[in-house]
Design a protein around this ligand. Structure first.
Ligand code: PEP
Ligand code: MN
Length: 387
C-alpha cells in the first residue's frame, strides 16, 4: 500500500519560517552606553532602571574615568536612540560583535584600564607578563596520588594544580572519576584537592560536568572548569558564573572562534568576567586523527587576543593526545602568545587511570616550564608592543 505523502509546509515570504528567521537571527551587533565622565550615581542608576524596564539586564563597568553600560538580552526590544537622550549619557554606541562584554572595544572605552585583564587567583596572576603553568593528573585517583603529584608539580614550578573528579568520558564503561561513585567520594576527593593546594601553595582547578555539581565543587576549588563538551551548555555556564569564581572555559572541539567567544559571553553576562579561555584542540580531518587526538589550533591564540581582553591558555595534552608532542606544543603555545599551559602529569604516566597516553613525567614538566619561561622572555616584549 502506498503511503499518503503530505504536502510540505509553505515557505513564502510571510510564512512562520521567514518570520522566525528574521526575528531570531543571531545579533551581530551589540549596544553599549557610555556615560559622561562626570555622570552621577543617580544618573547611572536611572539608565540601569530604564534598561530593566525594557526587560533587559545591564552590565555596569566602572573604569577610572568613566562608566560603560552594556545591555544584556534581546536588544531589539529597546529604542536605542532614547538612551542617548538620558541625563549623564555621553553616547549610545553599537559594536559589531556578538560578544561585546568581553570585547577589546568594550575595555578600550574604559579609559585608564589596561587593554588586557588579569585574572587573579590567590597570588597567581593569569594574563600578566609571565605565563602560568597548570599541572596535575587527568583524574584524581587517590589521596596519595594527588599529594605526590602536587608536591612534585610545585617543585617543577607549577602555579595551579588540576585534577578531574567528575570526568567526561566517551564510554560509560570507563572510569568516570571518583565523584561519579557517590556524593561522599566526590566531597572527599574535593577535600584532597583543597588540602594538596593548601599544603603546597598551589591554586586548584577542577571540572564541573553538570549543574548538580556546581555548589559542591565551588566550596572546595579555586577555579571551576567547564570542559570542551559543555561549552554549549548555557544553563551550566549561567549557574557556574553565579558562583563568582574564576572559570576555566574550554573551547569545544567543533566550535569556531566566534561561537567560543559568544558562549563565554554567557558567563560575562552574569557579571563574572573572571574567565580564562582555553584552546584545547579541534577535530582533526581525515587521516589526521591517526596521528593526533585533536588539532591544536594555535593561530586561535593571537586571533582571540585581538578580539578580547580575557586571558587565554593552551592545553597541549588533550590537544595532541601524545606525550611525545607535549614539549613541542607547549613551547609553540607560549611562542604563539598564550598566557599559560595546562598539562596532565603523573609520576608513573603509564599507570594513570585516564589519558595515560598523554601524561608526562614531573621531570618533563620542569623542562617545559624552564624553556617556556625563556621563550616568553623573547616574545613578551613584542606582544606588548602589538596589543
Ligand atoms: C580535562 O581537561 O580534563 C578534559 C576532559 O578536557 P576537555 O574538556 O578539553 O576534553
Ligand atoms: Mn584528560
Amino acid at each position: 500500500m502506498r503511503r499518503k505523502v503530505q504536502n510540505p509546509p509553505k515557505r513564502e515570504g510571510s510564512s512562520v519560517f521567514e518570520v522566525a528567521k528574521e526575528v531570531y537571527k543571531v545579533p551581530r551587533e551589540g549596544k553599549m552606553i557610555i556615560m559622561k565622565s562626570d555622570a552621577t550615581k543617580e544618573q547611572i542608576a536611572q539608565v540601569v532602571k530604564e534598561i530593566k524596564k525594557c526587560g533587559l539586564r545591564a552590565d555596569v563597568s566602572r573604569g577610572e574615568f568613566r562608566t560603560i553600560i552594556g545591555l544584556v538580552g534581546d536588544e531589539s526590544k529597546i529604542s536605542f536612540a532614547h538612551f542617548a537622550t538620558l541625563p549623564g549619557v555621553k553616547e549610545a554606541r553599537a559594536v559589531e560583535v556578538s560578544y561585546k562584554l568581553i570585547s577589546k572595544e568594550y575595555r578600550k572605552l574604559l579609559e585608564g584600564e589596561s587593554e588586557r585583564m588579569v585574572v587573579k587567583v590567590g597570588n597567581v596572576e593569569i594574563g600578566g607578563d609571565e605565563p602560568i603553568f597548570i599541572a596535575g593528573p587527568c583524574a584524581v585517583e587517590s589521596k596519595e596520588q594527588l599529594l605526590r603529584i602536587a608536591e612534585e608539580s610545585k617543585q617543577a614550578g607549577a602555579d595551579i594544580l588540576r585534577g578531574g573528579i567528575f570526568k567526561p568520558r566517551s564510554s560509560v564503561h570507563s572510569f568516570q572519576g571518583l565523584g561519579s561513585i557517590g556524593w561522599k567520594e566526590a566531597e572527599q576527593a574535593l577535600a584532597w584537592l583543597r588540602e594538596a593546594g593548601e599544603r603546597f601553595e598551589l591554586a586548584t582547578v577542577t571540572e564541573v560536568r553538570g549543574e548538580t555539581q556546581v555548589d559542591l565543587a565551588a566550596e572546595y576549588a579555586d577555579i571551576l572548569q567547564i570542559g570542551a563538551r559543555n561549552m554549549y551548555n548555557q544553563d551550566l555556564l549561567t549557574k557556574v558564573a553565579r558562583k563568582n569564581k574564576p572559570i576555566l572555559f574550554k573551547r569545544h572541539f567543533g566550535a569556531g572562534i566566534e561561537e567560543f567567544l559568544s558562549l563565554a559571553e554567557y558567563i560575562a553576562a552574569e557579571g563574572n568576567k573572571n574567565i580564562i579561555l582555553c584552546e584545547r584542540g579541534i577535530l582533526p580531518i581525515g587521516k589526521g586523527k591517526n596521528f593526533t587526538r585533536y588539532t591544536l589550533d594555535l593561530a586561535a591564540v593571537p586571533a582571540i587576543q585581538k578580539e578580547t581582553f580575557l586571558p587565554i591558555i593552551v592545553d597541549p595534552s588533550h590537544g595532541s593526545g601524545r606525550r611525545d608532542l607535549i614539549f613541542n606544543m607547549s613551547c609553540a603555545a607560549i611562542a604563539a602568545g598564550a598566557n599559560g599551559v595546562m598539562i596532565e602529569v603523573h609520576y608513573n604516566p603509564e599507570e594513570a587511570l585516564v589519558d595515560a597516553q598523554q601524561a608526562i613525567t614531573l621531570d618533563e614538566l620542569k623542562e617545559i616550564i624552564d624553556v617556556c619561561q625563556k621563550i616568553n622572555r623573547l616574545v613578551a616584549p613584542k606582544r606588548n608592543e602589538e596589543s
